[in-house]
Write a protein that binds this ligand. Structure first.
Ligand SMILES: Cc1cc2nc3c(=O)[nH]c(=O)nc-3n(C[C@H](O)[C@H](O)[C@H](O)COP(=O)(O)OP(=O)(O)OC[C@H]3O[C@@H](n4cnc5c(N)ncnc54)[C@H](O)[C@@H]3O)c2cc1C
Length: 454
């Protein structure tokens, strides 16, 4: 049967990808020209696409040809725009304290840890150092009584799960983070902290030079797909790639090809990164050189300090926009990013005069019932999309498992694959404009209620 799919829109991300700007410029991109054939085609060069490529390279014969197509440059998309928290624990964004249903959370823990293991192995194998990937844990910081109550409730949930944690008082928070803004903290050891752009670029580079070699073509947006006689053909402006099996790893943009219509929630999140602090500012800040704080209220601000080759910097992430069109007007994005200065000033009075060097936005894809868009969606076409709140871990997992599923390797990750395949489909959204109005009001109310956690 012949099928034609045409993309409705291509990815656009507001502002520069700050993390990627800290890295040396990439070599010119390789673009597909003419008609080429492959054994495997992967579309999307984020956590899911690169993990799928790594897994296929692990499973496949040396002669298999794997091609990955990315619309922009690796490290410039959402995978290089996030805060770099690869979290092992339950992280339900719609909850007041991240805790979900105990049974689901137990299952999710196992899946997240399988993803983390895969990422840590990749880091080891590809020589990525601890500035790029390190299992250093994270803190849920609370600045209000409500935040403290959320931390305590979450700690009780961790007790039930049998997970270790450490509660930190105001003085301990100041000792770690320099700022006296936080009244309470909950440290958990399992989170992996990434330099997200360096991680995805490190993966891409190693895969492109490894054996079997993965060919990575950037600046190659797929504009449409044809399916005929068991072969998928992806069409780009200057060429095409044909392969019998395709892994769709473009997160929310899978909807642009007509899949999971009105079942995916498209959000933009925003972040800013300071200029590098000089030695005097580092002394005034105090605290330890590297730490990561997620907000005790899931809608609050994520704050991170990095140090090393990229300099001493603080990264702030907060604010979101619901965007069913998958685009956000520049003026709205700029207004959202302007909040970062205020949030930074409130926490780091000792750094007055420090400027934000980069501010940006990026996409996140959720489903109302917190499930992935995963599995075989057409003959020979596999989806590894919709990572919900934890795209670094769940993107890694869904890419890896889509490769297992597509290559018929149902043995190695049998239980994880079974769990992913047993999930119901993403729940249908209410009709527009109800969905947009409802989402915008909910976000605004939760941001208001977060108070100083934001
Ligand atoms: C500011 C911010 C902070 C965040 N913080 C965190 C965090 O700390 N921890 C966490 O777990 N998650 C975080 N996230 C979310 C996380 O970045 C995403 O969930 C994750 O990147 C999803 O990975 P992915 O590989 O599925 O999709 P993506 O990273 O979005 O990769 C998909 C790729 O597909 C490409 N693509 C799309 N359409 C096409 C096409 N037609 N042709 C070719 N290529 C195409 C895109 O260009 C993109 O690069 C954050 C996101 C943002 C924006």
């Amino acid at each position: 049967m012949a099928a034609t799919l045409i993309t409705r829109n291509l990815p656009k991300n507001p502002g520069p990808a700050g993390w990627n700007r800290l890295l040396p410029a990439a070599a010119p991109s390789q673009i597909v020209q003419g008609a080429i054939t492959a054994d495997w085609l992967i579309i999307g060069g984020g956590f899911a696409g690169l993990s799928a490529a790594r897994r296929l390279a692990q499973l496949g014969g040396r002669d298999e040809r794997i091609i990955l197509l990315e619309a922009g440059r690796i490290g410039e998309g959402p995978a290089g725009r996030n805060s770099g928290f690869m979290i092992d624990l339950p992280h339900v964004l719609s909850s007041d304290d991240y805790a979900g249903n105990l049974g689901n959370d137990r299952t999710q823990l196992v899946l997240n840890r399988r993803a983390i293991e895969f990422a840590l192995d990749a880091g080891d194998e590809y020589g990525l150092d601890d500035e790029i990937i390190a299992q250093s844990g994270k803190i849920n910081g609370a600045a209000t009584a409500r935040g403290m109550a959320a931390n305590i409730a979450y700690a009780r949930h961790l007790d039930q799960l049998g997970e270790p944690y450490e509660l930190l008082d105001e003085a301990a928070m100041r000792e770690r983070c320099g700022t006296g803004y936080y009244r309470h903290g909950l440290y958990t050891p399992g989170t992996v902290m990434l330099h997200p752009a360096a991680y995805v670029r490190g993966l891409a580079e190693a895969l492109a030079n490894g054996a079997p070699r993965v060919q990575i073509c950037e600046d190659s947006p797929v504009l449409g797909m044809d399916h005929s006689h068991g072969i998928w053909q992806a069409k780009m402006a200057e060429g095409s790639v044909s392969a019998p099996r395709v892994i769709m790893a473009m997160n929310g943009h899978v909807e642009s090809f007509g899949f999971f219509k009105r079942r995916l929630v498209h959000l933009f999140l925003y972040a800013s990164m300071t200029e590098a602090l000089d030695s005097d500012a580092v002394r005034r800040l105090g605290g330890t050189p590297r730490w990561g704080v997620t907000p005790s209220d899931p809608i609050g601000s994520t704050i991170r300090r990095i140090s090393g080759r990229s300099g001493d910097r603080i990264i702030v992430r907060n604010q979101s926009t619901y965007a069913s069109s998958m685009e956000v007007p520049d003026r709205l994005a700029a207004r959202k990013m302007a909040h970062h200065e205020r949030c930074f000033a409130a926490r780091f009075g000792m750094l007055t005069g420090t400027a934000m060097e980069y501010s940006w936005g990026g996409k996140l894809c959720l489903s109302l019932n917190d499930v992935p868009a995963f599995g075989e969606i057409e003959d020979g076409m596999f989806s590894a999309c919709c990572q919900n709140g934890l795209g670094t871990a769940r993107g890694t997992l869904s890419g890896m498992l889509a490769a297992d599923l597509a290559s018929g390797n149902l043995r190695d990750n049998h239980q994880s694959l079974h769990t992913m395949l047993a999930a119901p489909p993403p729940k249908k959204l209410p009709p527009e404009p109800l969905a947009s109005i409802g989402a915008s009001l909910t976000l605004a109310w939760r941001e208001f209620r977060a108070g100083r956690e934001l």
